[in-house]
Design a protein around this ligand. Structure first.
Ligand code: HEM
Length: 158
């Protein structure tokens, strides 16, 4: 982790980081946008996982629900990455010493990889996957995405 310190110092020293740090309003405004995007991201992921578990929208074909929610998941994730990077630049050295931040970044990486390699192929396949696979896929997806959120909240508490 020490080898990454120069990168964290560079981010902390950027003009963007300094402007946000010196402003009374920018950090709370950006964090509010971070939380708004979070509600859309976790909301779309939750609805699709409830469909996968057969607990909601059972009359709707899975690929149709997935296609309808996909743009919401994609754009809200992009908004999380942009607003998160701005928040990060304003307190990069604090994040360097924050175990919750490290846990968050690792969980976020796993959530994104799992989403695109396992989750999306499962929900987009015309033939509904076997029940054990659907349950396992939904549980892993929800644990990863909500895990990112819990670690995100823990950054401010640590
Ligand atoms: C899906 C992706 C993400 C989720 C679910 C997420 C979730 C959260 C949550 C729940 C908070 C706490 C907000 C609060 O305390 O009011 C937070 C804060 C934060 N997030 Fe994220 N986040 C994501 C992506 C990112 C990324 C990519 C970065 C950085 C590169 C990031 C950096 C931060 C920082 C620095 C904070 C502020 C922590 C503090 O209170 O000091 N987030 N995030």
């Amino acid at each position: 982790m020490q080898t990454l310190r120069p990168f964290f110092e560079w981010c902390d020293g950027t003009t963007t980081g300094q402007v946000i740090r010196d402003s009374r309003f920018l950090f709370p405004i950006i964090e509010t946008l971070h939380l708004l995007a979070l509600t859309v991201l976790l909301g779309s992921v939750l609805v699709l996982n409830l469909r996968l578990l057969g607990a909601a929208l059972r009359t709707q074909p899975m690929p149709l629900v997935a296609r309808s929610l996909d743009p919401l998941t994609f754009w809200s994730l992009l908004a999380m990455l942009i607003t998160g990077s701005l928040l990060f630049c304003s307190e990069a050295l604090k994040c360097f010493d924050s175990p919750p931040f490290l846990i968050k970044m690792v969980t976020l990486f796993l959530a994104i990889v799992f989403h695109w390699t396992v989750f999306r192929p499962t929900v987009n396949s015309p033939a509904e996957a076997a029940r054990p696979r659907r349950i396992a896929t939904a549980m892993v997806s929800m644990i990863l995405w909500f895990g990112v959120a819990v670690a995100g909240r823990a950054i401010g508490l640590y």
